[in-house]
Design a protein around this ligand. Structure first.
Ligand SMILES: [Zn+2]
Ligand SMILES: [Zn+2]
Length: 501
């Protein structure tokens, strides 16, 4: 059997040492979506693989709360234009219930992490800066900024402006970090001289007084926190990209071995491209957890190698994903690495639950239907959790062909049935009581079609028309098994009668 990618990566990492810090992170500037989730689940899979190999390993998640707001995103009120350029932790939360803008987007994500059982230590960039953990690195960086500028220009093939500084001071007057400029610094006093476009000029302490620019912040952080493994998107992995410049800066400036890189591909929204919350083109993790069990959401990421892009479609693909997960060999690594403690291995295909809840009026009817069609519902709470998932999925994402309504009366369209169709339906009404399982029903329908020399597909269609007034519907054997037999017999009997105007 092929080694799972997380184990293969863990083996490579263990060649470098026994003790590891796996880092991942995000800028919480908008809803944290399924696309962003790939990073943290990838990190967690490798973390779990390392733990299984008895490595001394820790997982951290860094929220880049000190990053500035870049623009007024479509989901923000226009009034947020006054906050452009301020760090996210200094901006008010859009709903008024969180401590700041960053927390507004971070909190639902942290709840999702809990559901996904990703036990990362959460760090916030503003706290790391304000606690002074960066201070010595910032001084070293300012002292060597010419060397750093050379590395950046040479490696990334871009010219830096003459007044470039690796440090973005935070203006004490207007809170901007994008309109400020460093004019000098004092290593001994650990202060920076700065000016701001708002008119402010002054000297501020390095600690909490601003942040390093991204390409320098990243390698500085590796050395400050001791990061040895980090997954990141392919945009950072290009030649001359931020990992390329980062590893050189790490080695030459901070004398630190860059982390083992795990480059991952995007999760694409089927037919729409890569997910971007800034373009409103994304599904948040909490939204997905309403329709998917956490272990299946983990499995979506864990089943694919990081370098392969994932095409995600909350409609049919998702339905198939759940069934694929439920059918998996529980000894397979992808299955094991997807597990959560509360995970429930269902023997009821999700597709059948989707059918059953559309047949059932309420919860007890649902359980009856599942039992009638041969499923074990002893673990009622687990079954009902899946049923709740299915209900939300039907409301929000199900393609139209999955939805159906059982017609209270015999549809008018049955009038056009042929004599053979009527014969077959009559036989069906007579024999239905003899069959119990979905398989028996399925096979019985084929036999009946054969006995009256009717194409089985035509009979299938006649059955759907009689019940749903549509020419197709859910898998027939299971569907009929889930319905009340007296009702079915009466309906097929009725449909078999020649109807006179
Ligand atoms: Zn809020
Ligand atoms: Zn200012």
């Amino acid at each position: 059997m092929e080694t799972h990618w997380a184990d293969a990566i863990a083996d490579q990492i263990l060649k470098l040492g026994h003790k590891h810090l796996v880092a991942s992170g995000i800028t919480p500037s908008g809803d944290i979506h399924i696309g962003n989730m790939r990073e943290v689940v990838t990190a967690d899979a490798v973390y779990r693989a390392l733990k299984d190999k008895n490595a001394d390993v820790k997982l951290i998640y860094i929220a880049d709360t000190f990053d500035p707001l870049r623009k007024v995103y479509p989901f923000l009120p226009d009034s947020y234009s006054e906050h452009i350029g301020k760090p996210l932790f200094k901006i008010p939360c859009p709903c008024g219930e969180h401590e700041n803008y960053a927390e507004h987007f971070l909190q639902p994500f942290l709840q999702s992490l809990e559901a996904l059982e990703i036990n990362a230590e959460i760090l916030r960039a503003d706290e790391i800066y304000n606690e002074g953990k960066y201070t010595q690195s910032i001084i070293n960086t300012l002292e060597q900024q010419h060397t750093i500028a050379q590395i950046l220009e040479k490696t990334s093939h871009r010219k830096l402006p003459d007044d470039w500084s690796p440090f973005n001071p935070l203006c004490p007057r207007c809170d901007s970090i994008t309109r400020t400029r460093v004019t000098g610094f004092n290593s001994k006093l650990q202060t920076v001289d700065m000016t701001c476009a708002c008119g402010y000029t002054g000297t501020i302490p390095v600690t909490g007084g601003g942040k390093l620019t991204w390409r320098v912040d990243w390698p500085a952080r590796w050395s400050i926190l001791g990061v040895t493994v980090e997954p990141f998107g392919k945009d950072h992995a290009t030649s001359g990209g931020s990992y390329d410049t980062g590893r050189k800066i790490a080695k030459e400036i901070y004398h630190y071995t860059p982390p083992y890189p795990i480059v991952y591909e995007w999760i694409m929204l089927k037919g729409k491209g890569a997910m971007h919350s800034s373009k409103g083109l994304a599904i948040s993790i909490s939204e997905m957890l309403e329709v998917l069990p956490p272990e299946v959401l983990r499995y979506l990421i864990i089943r694919s190698k990081p370098e392969k892009h994932i095409e995600f479609d909350p409609g049919t693909t998702l339905l198939n994903l759940i069934d694929e997960y439920d059918r998996m060999d529980i000894s397979s690594r992808a299955y094991q690495l997807s597990q959560t403690k509360k995970a429930w291995h269902s023997n009821i295909p999700f597709k059948h639950i989707v059918t059953a809840i559309q047949v059932a009026g309420d919860t007890s009817a649902l359980l009856d239907i599942l039992e009638r069609s041969g499923y074990d519902t002893v673990d009622t709470r687990a079954v009902l959790t899946r049923a709740e998932n299915a209900r939300k999925w039907l409301d929000k994402y199900a393609p139209p062909y999955v939805k159906f309504t059982i017609q209270e009366r015999l549809p008018q369209t049955t009038k056009s049935f042929s004599t053979k169709e009527r014969q077959a339906l009559l036989k069906l009404a007579e024999q239905l009581l003899e069959w119990n399982t979905p398989e028996e029903i399925h096979n019985g329908i084929y036999e009946i079609a054969k006995s009256v020399t009717l194409d089985p597909k035509t009979l299938f269609r006649a059955i759907y028309v009689s019940l749903l007034s549509t020419t197709s519907g859910p898998r027939l054997g299971y569907f009929l098994a889930s319905l009340d037999k007296d009702f079915l017999i009466q309906r097929f009997d009725q449909a078999a009668q020649e109807q006179k105007e």
